[in-house]
Design a protein around this ligand. Structure first.
Ligand SMILES: NC(=O)C1=CN([C@@H]2O[C@H](COP(=O)(O)OP(=O)(O)OC[C@H]3O[C@@H](n4cnc5c(N)ncnc54)[C@H](O)[C@@H]3O)[C@@H](O)[C@H]2O)[C@H](O)CC1
Ligand SMILES: [K+]
Length: 503
C-alpha cells in the first residue's frame, strides 16, 4: 500500500487522467460511490444524515455520496457551507445532479446556524476540506469545524478529516475529529504521524480506478504488510550451514547494562543468524554467557577504546555488526574504528547514536551500509531539534537525514519509518503499546542484524525485521500476554510463531 503527500496525490491524479485516460469526473463519481458503498455496509438506513460540503473537489465527492445514499433510502440533507459561485468544475456538475433529484440542499453560512440545523441529525459526513487545505483554517469554516466536533453524533470524514494537512511537518490548527475516515485511494502521511493519526478515527481506503503505474512513478513510500514480507523474505537453504546464515557481531553490555547485549544476541539468534559473537567487557562475561550459551564471546577491556589489531583480525570473519546496546555515552574511539577500519554493514543503536553525533561533522568513511535505529528522542538529539518536531515530521526528518549522511534510518515509534539513503521509505505499523518498555529496542537491533545478513537488499531487510518484532508483540498480546506484562524477552520467544505464519 502506497502512502502519499498531497502533491504526489495530485500528480497521481493527473497521471490517471492524462495517461490513463480516465476523466476527472469519473474519478469523482468513483470516489463518491465507493465511500457511499462503505457507509451502506457499515450504517443502517434509519440514520438521518447531514453531508457538509465545502468549495473544492472534496465537496464534489460529498454531492456524489449524497446521491448514492439517497438512492439507497437514507434520509440525506446536504449543507453547503460556501457561496454558490465557489463551487466549480466537477463539483458543480455533481451539485447539479443532486439538485436534479433532490431539493434537500441547505445553504449555511455561519456556525450558529449550522449548530441549530445539525441537532436533528444522527450522523455527519464531512466533505468540507480535502487535501487542498492550506494555511490556518479561515472563518467561517473554522467555527463550523469546531461546532461539528462538539456534536455528540457520528462523524465520517471523506478522504481526510477537514482541516488536517496531508503532509507531515505542519502543526495542526483545527480539524474534524472523525470517528471514521474513508480515504480516497492512498493514505496520506498524516495517517502515520503520532499527533495526527488520532484525527482519522478508524480508517479505510477506497479505490477509484487509478492505475498502479501512477504510484510507481510518483511515490516512493509504502506501508509494509504480510504480502510484502512473504514476497521478500529469503528462503532458508536446505543445504545451509551456520556460516551461510550469517556471522554477526554485537558489541555492548557495559558493567551496568549486561541485559541489553543479551537481548540483542538472543534476538539475533532466534531470528535465524548462523553465528553470533558478543563483544563485551570481561566482568560481565559470566552473566552474559550464562544467559546466551549459543553465542561465542570476544572480550574487550572497555567499550570505548580503540580496537587492537587482534580485535580487527577477529572481526574480519564477521558479516555484519550491531553496536550500542548498553555501551554508555562516553566518547568512543571504538565506534570511529568500526566505521573507518572495518568495512562491514554496521547497525548503530542506543548509546552509540550519542557517540555518532560528533562524528557526523566529518564525512563518514564507510563503504558498506550504515543503519541507525533511533527513537524520537535520539533522532531529536541527532538532528538538533525537539521531540515534538520529530513526532510531527517523521517522514521528512528521516528523509533529510538519510539523504544527507547516506545512511539507512529506522525511526522507531508506533509507526516505524524506515528510510533508505535514496529517500525511499517504508512504514511498519505492526506492534502495540506492550513494546513501550526497556529492552525491546535491543531486541529489534538483534533481529535487524540477522535480517541485514540474510537479505540481498537492505530496505526490505529492515522492513522485515520491524515486521517480525511488531508481529511477535501482537501475537503475544493476542495469546498469553497483555500490553501490561509483555517483556522484551517474550518478544524474542514470540518470533517462532511469526515465522510459522510466513511459511
Ligand atoms: N484521486 C483522488 O484522490 C481524487 C480526489 N478527489 C477529492 O478531491 C479532493 C481535493 O480537492 P481540491 O479541490 O484540490 O481541494 P479541497 O477539496 O481540499 O478544497 C480546497 C479549497 O478549500 C478552500 N481552503 C483551502 N484552505 C483553506 C483554509 N485554510 N481555510 C478555509 N478554506 C480553505 C479553498 O477554497 C480551496 O480552493 C481530495 O481530498 C478528494 O476528496 C476527487 O474527488 C477525485 C479524485
Ligand atoms: K474531508
Amino acid at each position: 500500500m502506497y502512502i502519499v503527500t498531497a502533491e504526489e496525490m495530485y500528480e497521481i491524479d493527473r497521471y490517471a487522467i492524462e495517461k490513463g485516460g480516465i476523466e476527472g469526473k469519473v474519478l469523482m463519481e468513483n470516489a463518491g460511490s465507493q465511500v457511499a458503498q462503505q457507509i451502506i455496509q457499515a450504517y443502517n438506513t434509519n440514520r438521518k444524515l447531514a453531508i457538509v460540503v465545502g468549495s473544492g473537489n472534496n465537496g464534489g465527492d460529498g454531492f456524489v455520496i449524497a446521491r448514492y445514499l439517497a438512492e439507497y433510502g437514507y434520509n440525506v440533507t446536504v449543507f453547503q457551507l460556501v457561496a454558490d459561485h465557489k463551487i466549480k468544475g466537477d463539483a458543480a456538475f455533481y451539485k447539479q445532479l443532486w439538485l436534479n433529484t433532490s431539493d434537500k440542499l441547505a445553504h449555511v453560512t455561519d456556525s450558529h446556524q449550522l449548530k441549530q440545523r445539525l441537532v436533528d441529525f444522527d450522523m455527519v459526513i464531512d466533505a468540507i476540506l480535502g487535501i487542498g487545505v492550506s494555511g490556518a483554517i479561515r472563518e467561517p469554516i473554522r467555527s463550523m469545524i469546531d461546532v461539528i466536533n462538539h456534536l455528540p453524533i457520528t462523524k465520517i470524514s471523506v478522504d481526510i478529516p477537514s482541516g488536517l494537512p496531508a503532509n507531515d511537518g505542519i502543526e495542526v490548527d483545527l480539524a474534524i475529529q472523525a470517528d471514521q475516515t474513508y480515504i480516497i485511494e492512498a493514505p496520506k502521511e498524516t495517517v502515520f504521524c503520532e499527533d495526527t493519526s488520532i484525527y482519522y478515527g478508524e480508517w479505510e481506503t477506497v479505490k477509484i480506478g487509478v492505475p498502479q503505474a501512477a504510484y510507481f512513478e510518483h511515490t516512493s513510500r509504502q506501508r509494509w504488510c504480510k504480502k510484502n514480507v512473504r514476497a521478500t523474505f529469503p528462503k532458508r537453504n536446505k543445504y545451509a550451514h551456520k556460516g551461510t546464515n550469517g556471522r554477526g557481531l554485537v558489541i555492548g553490555g557495559q558493567l551496568t547494562m549486561p541485559g541489553a547485549i543479551v537481548l540483542a544476541a538472543r534476538a539475533a539468534l532466534r531470528s535465524g543468524a548462523g553465528l553470533i559473537t558478543v563483544a563485551t567487557v570481561k566482568e560481565n562475561l559470566p552473566i552474559v554467557s550464562s544467559s546466551c550459551i549459543e553465542a561465542t564471546y570476544h572480550l574487550l577491556p572497555n567499550l570505548t577504546d580503540r580496537l587492537t589489531d587482534r580485535d580487527l583480525e577477529a572481526f574480519e570473519q564477521i558479516d555484519a555488526i550491531a553496536v550500542g546496546m548498553g555501551v554508555g555515552r562516553d566518547e568512543s574511539q571504538l565506534l570511529s574504528d568500526l566505521i573507518e577500519k572495518l568495512d562491514k554493514p554496521l547497525l548503530i543503536d542506543a548509546d552509540s547514536l550519542y557517540q555518532l553525533k560528533p562524528l557526523l561533522e566529518t564525512q563518514l568513511q564507510h563503504e558498506a551500509p550504515i543503519v541507525i535505529t533511533p527513537h524520537y528522542g535520539e533522532m531529536a538529539m541527532l538532528t538538533d531539534t525537539t521531540v515534538p518536531k520529530v513526532k510531527r515530521s517523521p517522514f521528512s526528518i528521516s528523509r533529510q537525514f538519510a539523504e544527507k549522511y547516506q545512511v539507512y534510518v529506522v525511526l522507531k515509534g508506533r509507526h516505524t519509518v524506515i528510510t533508505a539513503p535514496n529517500g525511499e521509505q517504508i512504514i511498519s505499523d505492526q506492534g502495540n503499546a506492550g513494546l513501550a518498555k526497556g529492552g525491546t529496542g535491543d531486541v529489534l537491533s538483534g533481529i535487524l542484524l540477522t535480517m541485514i545478513m540474510q537479505h540481498k537488499e537492505l530496505l526490505p531487510a529492515l522492513a522485515n525485521g520491524c515486521y517480525l518484532h511488531g508481529k511477535s508483540a501482537d501475537y503475544l498480546v493476542e495469546t498469553d500476554h497483555t500490553e501490561m506484562d509483555l517483556l522484551a524477552t517474550d518478544v524474542i520467544e514470540g518470533l517462532s510463531q511469526v515465522f510459522r505464519t510466513l511459511s
